[in-house]
Design a protein around this ligand. Structure first.
Ligand SMILES: [Zn+2]
Ligand SMILES: [Zn+2]
Length: 336
């Protein structure tokens, strides 16, 4: 497997690594570079190993539901639900609100708990996850966005993992140095030892616990505590990249495609206020209301209460209100 094919399976250091790939081609102009990309990224030019892993994984995923239906190992299913909650919070409160947006600060014990949860989720290293997300915000829904919804639902949901990165994205990404991430030892430790950490925390321990504690079969444990949990959380995360940029309202920022998508509130643990989030990305609550069904905010409030998180950031509610009023006038909902 060549380095090109490893890009989404193995965490790479930075986008600069991709420079070699670009330099193998004798580009004359930027226009030719784009043209070359579109030719080589046609329907058949896909990252076949990634597609194979995806298809095989989903066959196992379907079988996991057959097992759940026929055997209903409820203790293991409860354990799976607990792991989904932990890994979900590790993504929303950790990778997203803490490491990508610096919307609050966290003590080392909390960062370690979130890092382990993120490793169990298996969505590549925190460094790679946050790098993609930071660029997503900066160049949202353009060719500079890793999961650009202008290329359709399927591309923004999962197809972006099957394709080579767009040259525009590679070019834009070189402007970032990701110093904050590189200076966090918890992030870099996970990045450096990602695969051993993943195998131990995402596969071995979750599969072993039901077998040891309540004599679950290895097959049931593997399919529920690993396969079903892993792929379910993947799709929930991907819905933010696809549905939360396509189906809903834009009351806070009409210049982005991100929307408020209320149907995602429960499964995304409160990340459904995606239009608000793209207007005020540094708000740890990701919404103006304290009463929104925002489970991640409640978790951050709770860990802040016991001293594990601090410096929680929020914008002035006056600014939020004025922004909303301005947009309501702009789109003709209110007369000026
Ligand atoms: Zn974000
Ligand atoms: Zn977004």
């Amino acid at each position: 497997m060549g380095p090109r094919h490893e890009r989404h399976l193995i965490p790479d250091d930075t986008y600069i690594a991709d420079k070699d790939v670009d330099e193998n081609v004798n580009y004359q102009t930027k226009r030719e570079k784009r043209l070359f990309y579109h030719v080589r990224s046609g329907f058949f030019d896909i990252q076949k190993p990634n597609v194979a892993v995806f298809v095989f994984g989903h066959l196992l995923y379907a079988y996991s539901y057959y097992l759940l239906w026929t055997e209903f190992p409820w203790k293991t299913w409860m354990f799976q639900t607990f792991l989904m909650a932990w890994t979900g919070v590790a993504i929303t409160a950790g990778a997203h609100r803490l490491w990508s947006h610096r919307s609050y600060k966290a003590t080392v014990p909390l960062r370690v708990i979130l890092m382990i949860g993120h490793s169990i989720a298996g969505q590549n290293s925190l460094f790679v996850w946050c790098r993609d997300h930071i660029i997503h915000h900066k160049y949202s829904d353009t060719d500079g966005d890793p999961h650009n919804t202008s290329r359709g639902f399927f591309f923004s949901h999962v197809g972006w993992l099957f394709k080579r990165k767009h040259p525009e994205l590679l070019e834009k990404a070189r402007k970032f140095d990701f110093t904050d991430l590189k200076e966090d030892p918890v992030v870099m430790l996970q990045h450096k030892y990602y695969y051993p950490i993943y195998v131990i925390f995402a596969i071995i321990i979750p599969v072993a616990i039901p077998c040891v504690l309540w004599q679950e079969t290895v097959v049931n444990s593997f399919f529920l505590a690993y396969v079903q949990r892993y792929i379910s959380v993947l799709h929930i995360t991907w819905f933010i990249n696809s549905s939360a940029h396509m189906f809903g309202d834009r009351p806070y920022n009409v210049n982005v495609k991100a929307v408020e998508n209320r149907y995602l509130f429960l499964m995304t643990l409160g990340e459904h206020h995606h239009n608000y989030h793209h207007a005020f990305p540094q708000d740890y609550a990701t919404h103006e209301s304290d009463f929104s069904l925002n489970i991640t905010k409640w978790v951050i409030d709770a860990v802040a209460f016991v001293g594990l998180a601090y410096d929680l950031k929020r914008p002035s509610m006056d600014v939020v209100r004025k922004t909303k009023l301005r947009i309501a006038k702009e789109i003709g909902l209110l007369k000026s």
